[in-house]
Design a protein. Structure first.
Length: 154
């Protein structure tokens, strides 16, 4: 899954709103140590508020479309939707710059069962752990799966 098309539309929208394409290179959605909640810059005019809200809405869609790396920045900036400051809009633009740089990022799904045969098989002594004598209660009337079993690996 890749939100490439959505990011292209977001960049096009940015160009329409601000008159330039986000082309600077940034390596993170927000600056390290930045605290948007402490911002004391001037509040945006109604046009600026609308621009901020438009960008935040597009960024929230990007998060929904698997761009998880911007989730914290977007949720932080979305809390200022009703009364954003000048620097909040600049921060939202920075997230757009970051997305433009990372637009080819994606999540890949493998439909075959992974081969873990080359991994070491560790034996754990569960008697010495917190999970001693744990039992999973499975209902007797549980339904059979309708599709193939999904195995997650990380």
């Amino acid at each position: 899954m890749a939100p490439f098309k959505h990011i292209e539309c977001l960049v096009s929208n940015h160009q329409q709103l601000f008159g330039f394409k986000p082309n600077l290179t940034v390596h993170s959605p927000l600056e390290m140590g930045d605290h948007p909640e402490l911002d004391t810059s001037e509040l945006l005019d109604p046009d600026g508020v609308q621009k901020h809200q438009s960008i935040i809405s597009s960024l929230q869609w990007a998060v929904s479309l698997v761009q998880f790396d911007i989730a914290t920045a977007v949720m932080t900036l979305s809390s200022f939707r009703s009364a954003p400051c000048n620097r909040h809009l600049e921060r939202a633009q920075r997230v757009c710059l970051y997305l433009n740089r990372m637009k080819h990022g994606m999540i890949r799904f493998c439909t075959c069962k992974p081969d873990f045969s080359d991994l070491p098989n560790f034996q754990f002594d569960w008697e010495a752990s917190f999970y001693v004598n744990v039992h999973e209660d499975i209902p007797e009337d549980i339904l059979a799966p309708l599709r193939n079993i999904v195995t997650l690996s990380h």
